[in-house]
Design a protein around this ligand. Structure first.
Ligand SMILES: [Zn+2]
Length: 268
């Protein structure tokens, strides 16, 4: 394969226009096809591969996204660092719409999603105490603050199964545990990245207050889409700046995540 990329972006379709000299690549993996063709191009001096998480026309709901194929496809192109912009609900009154959260933890409240590549014979247990790349997080926070974006460094993302939003009781329960934001796609994306020794950084844009934080009707899908669309340009800028500031040599713990683990396949 000739076309290679160093950095992967899994996000909304607003990111196509980011890439210069873009080329579309159809890839298949042992886990099926990714959400869509992968677009590979350049941002400044960096080579970047982009996958629209939900596919064109948003055909994959969160629980049906081919997560394993997406991460495998990126790694097979040479990608080692992944940025994952997404829309989230806020569990805290002080994190209003427009706040950027770069979480350092998550809690898995999904059910029934395949969440590992290690489902053949043998046992392989990857450390996951810190699910996100510390280096990618630091660069993202710096880039966001340099752009005067109200940014929260750290916090816990609750990943729910969806596609429905939370009930008020669920939302209040999440908030009472001290958790920060709610989304539907952060898991299993993060763990699959770790199982492939990739760096993974979540860029979570608050689009709404989740159901428990305020009274009223709770969140609607229309509100989320509208707000996210208004903020696409800002998120594109952040992704561009972050990509150019990511280190070329990885000194974080992610590349050695699989050391000493007897994993049952060759990494792509
Ligand atoms: Zn890393």
């Amino acid at each position: 394969m000739v076309t290679r990329a160093d950095i992967g972006v899994i996000g909304g379709s607003g990111f196509y226009s980011l890439l210069d000299d873009a080329e579309e690549i159809e890839l298949s993996t042992p886990y099926g096809s990714p959400s869509d063709v992968v677009t590979v191009g350049r941002i400044g001096a960096r080579s970047v591969a982009f996958i629209p998480r939900h596919g064109r026309n948003h055909r994959f709901p969160p629980h049906r996204i081919p997560y394993r194929a997406n991460l495998w496809a990126l790694r097979s192109l040479g990608v080692r660092q992944v940025l994952a912009p997404s829309a989230v609900g806020s569990l805290r009154a002080e994190y209003g719409p427009g706040t950027l959260v770069v979480p350092d933890q998550f809690v898995d409240r999904t059910s029934g999603r395949v969440q590992t590549y290690y489902d053949t014979d043998g046992a392989a247990h990857v450390s996951f105490a810190d699910p996100y790349c510390p280096s990618g997080r630091a660069v993202a926070v710096r880039s966001a603050r340099a752009g005067a974006w109200e940014t929260v460094d750290g916090g816990t993302l609750v990943v729910i199964e969806g596609p429905r939003f939370s009930t008020r009781a669920e939302s209040q329960w999440f908030a009472s545990n001290g958790w920060s934001i709610v989304g539907m796609t952060g898991h299993p994306e993060a763990i699959l990245a770790r199982e492939l020794a990739l760096c993974y950084t979540s860029l979570s844009l608050v689009t709404d207050h989740d159901a428990g934080v305020e009274t009223g009707q709770g969140v609607t899908h229309d509100e989320v889409l509208k707000f996210f669309a208004q903020n696409v340009a800002r998120m594109r800028t952040l992704v561009t700046e972050t990509i150019q500031a990511l280190p070329e040599e990885r000194t974080c713990p992610c590349p050695t995540a699989l050391d000493g683990i007897d994993h049952p396949f060759e990494l792509p």
